[in-house]
Design a protein. Structure first.
Length: 334
């Protein structure tokens, strides 16, 4: 009899534990929309790691840079370990012999190497949500806060990646072309389609593969081309998924509102005051890549903050977007 009672009691405890776990996960994902005022209310120091892990998995799952130029780059997650990326570097290429008559053919080994880089760490400032807000608002604010953190991280990582890919200055392998159109009302030389054609010609001379070329236009240059080129205008109005033109002088065309700037042909440091020359960035999807590392949610429920009675949430994310080599990298500035 006692064994039967113990078994029954065990089943009850087990079911209660399952219900509690499901409730905690639902709260972490913001699923309890009809009961938003109890968000994180039952959180204990023991349950908090489960909530953090759930939120972190959701962050990675939804962190995509949808409808941006970054979507055209390959992800190299397999190269990442402990937020460090190990980039393979090929050894010497073989020589191609034509109508060879000398045998035996020379054999050479290929000594590959690696470049090891730490991923960039991006942290959001903390956001607080008071208990009073959760009771008063008609929507689930904690989940909305987490979504906002993800959106800000997506914007900042894309902005930083585009700046990292743009060349520092003009060189034999990284052309930085100056626009040749008539100056606008502010004295800025406007972009013309022939400037894009000139960029294509320079990449051709550098033997950059035609397939995979990308041009990320800044807003000023988009406006210039819309005014000048009806073909571009038609493609722009038919744009889908952030891609303005699949083939415009051999480039896949995207638009960005956070392009790097230049000063006298030299790229301005990231985060510094913008320079006078706006830039559109050229890249190739075989030589530029992206990779996401770990993500951590830092959270403190109001039960652990008795003085302020508020939830505190912040995120930390590791990410990188850079060129593996200079091939196909350039800029058009004005």
């Amino acid at each position: 009899m006692k064994k039967i009672q113990l078994k029954g009691l065990f089943k009850v405890v087990f079911l209660l534990a399952l219900c509690l776990g499901a409730s905690l996960v639902a709260n972490a994902l913001g699923m309890n929309d009809n009961n938003h005022n109890v968000q994180m209310a039952a959180v204990t120091p023991v349950a908090l790691p489960l909530l953090n892990q759930t939120a972190e998995k959701e962050m990675i799952k939804k962190f995509r840079h949808d409808n941006t130029w970054l979507g055209a780059l390959k992800s190299k997650q397999g190269w990442v370990d402990n937020d460090v990326i190990k980039i393979p570097k090929r050894g010497a290429a073989p020589t191609v012999l034509i109508n060879n008559t000398v045998y035996p053919i020379v054999s050479n080994g290929r000594n590959d190497s690696h470049v090891v880089l730490s991923l960039n760490k991006y942290e959001t400032t903390n956001t607080t949500v008071t208990a009073a807000e959760l009771y008063a608002l008609p929507y689930e604010k904690v989940s909305d806060v987490q979504e906002q953190h993800r959106e800000e991280l997506e914007d900042k990582t894309a902005q930083h990646a585009l700046h990292s890919i743009a060349p520092n200055t003009n060189s034999a392998n990284t052309p930085v072309i100056v626009c040749t159109g008539a100056p606008d009302a502010n004295g800025r030389p406007t972009m013309r389609s022939k400037d894009v054609s000139r960029a294509k010609k320079m990449l051709d001379k550098l033997l950059v593969p035609k397939e995979g070329r990308i041009l990320v236009l800044c807003p000023d240059h988009v406006a210039d081309l819309l005014d000048e080129d009806r073909t571009f205008q038609t493609q722009y109005h038919n744009a889908t998924d952030g891609l303005l033109a699949k083939s415009y002088y051999g480039f896949m065309i995207y638009e960005s509102t956070y392009n790097p700037t230049y000063n006298n042909g030299t790229k301005v440091a990231f985060g510094a005051v913008d320079g006078p020359q706006v830039a559109s960035v050229i890249m190739h999807n075989k030589t530029c890549f992206k990779a996401t590392g770990s993500v951590t949610r830092y959270a403190r429920p109001k039960e652990l903050d008795p003085e302020n009675r508020r939830h505190t949430i912040g995120f930390e994310l590791y990410f990188i977007g850079i060129p593996i080599r200079d091939e196909g990298v350039g800029a058009i500035i004005s």
